[in-house]
Design a protein around this ligand. Sequence first.
Ligand SMILES: *Cc1c(COP(=O)(O)O)cnc(C)c1O
Length: 375
Amino acid sequence: MKVDFFRHNLDDIDIQNVNRALRDNILTTGKTTEEFEMKLAKYLTVNHVVGVMSCTHALELGLAGVGVGPGDEVITTPMTYIATTDAIEYVGARPVFVDVEEATGNINADLIERAITSKTKAILPVHLYGQMCDMGRIRAIADKYHLKVIEDAAHCLEGERDGVRPGQLGDVACFSFYATKSITCGEGGALAVNSDGLAEWCKKARGHGLSKDMHGRFGNAYKHYEKDFLGFKCNMSNIQAALLIGQLGRVEEMRERREEIAKIYNDSFEKNKKVRVPAVLSGTNHGRHLYAIWVDPMSRDKILEYLFSKDIGIVVTYQPVHLMKYYREKYSFRDGDYPVAEKIGAATISLPFYAKLTNDEVSYVARCVLEAINL
Ligand SMILES: *Cc1c(COP(=O)(O)O)cnc(C)c1O
């Protein structure tokens, strides 16, 4: 049996939607993009959504939009994908890490205050694996020190904690529609924003900072456009939006199926002391984006090899960012700087986890994990 790490969930309706978008004369940002943005804003219960080319762009735009720039510091987690910290670098700011919680791998809110300096401008939490960080706490700290909050919600379109969802307490929340995310258009992203002014800025900023958007420039009356500031070029196209609209309608159904799969995995590993799984905290509706197991670091790579030899797709999410060559050298990080993140990074394996997995496939993966553990 071969079990891919990820399989997307596109169906005929999605392909028909793209067909329709391709017959329209405007392939760039237009009515279909607007429709997707409105539907996503409604789903998230936020005021505005701005569609872009990737979550990396969303993070960069979000940081720039709230005024983070050269010389500023942004507090974030080392247990994330490098896009999070790369976005901080792109705007000329410096990532300042704080370690993560043992139980969840999420940023440890207890450690945030002591990392704040006169240069700190923002906090950038990442809702790891789909479980939300403690946004109530993080918002309170941000308000006390007049900081902005940018959420990396690439794993957490569907998550909720204590009645709060991504984008509701942050100034900005950023989403990804990359090839392996829960809804996908290959490459794509979005920002959720509540402030009218910031949403308008983001809409301009995704198209060079011009005063008229792509679609508006093709309207029925000619208008000269003005350039207000130096923006980016990362606007979402109608083709991307067309691919996403149908999937957004099925997002809860797909999450429920992943919840069932998580239960099968959990039940399989429950009795084995050599396999730990991240805790799901009470009050949390887990987005269930990734299913990670934490094993003995001494045998992790051996287990990876065994699963690989059994044709099972596996990924390490994540090796901690501060130890990646670029960051290690630029900021002189050393082994041991963020011990909890390093421990998780050395122990973690992410298993195949998507709605299209069959129960047989899930059982096969779980069985192979247990075989590998006992080698
Ligand atoms: C996928 C991912 C990103 C980047 O998303 P892109 O759309 O590929 O730019 C950022 N942060 C996290 C945590 C991710 O998993």
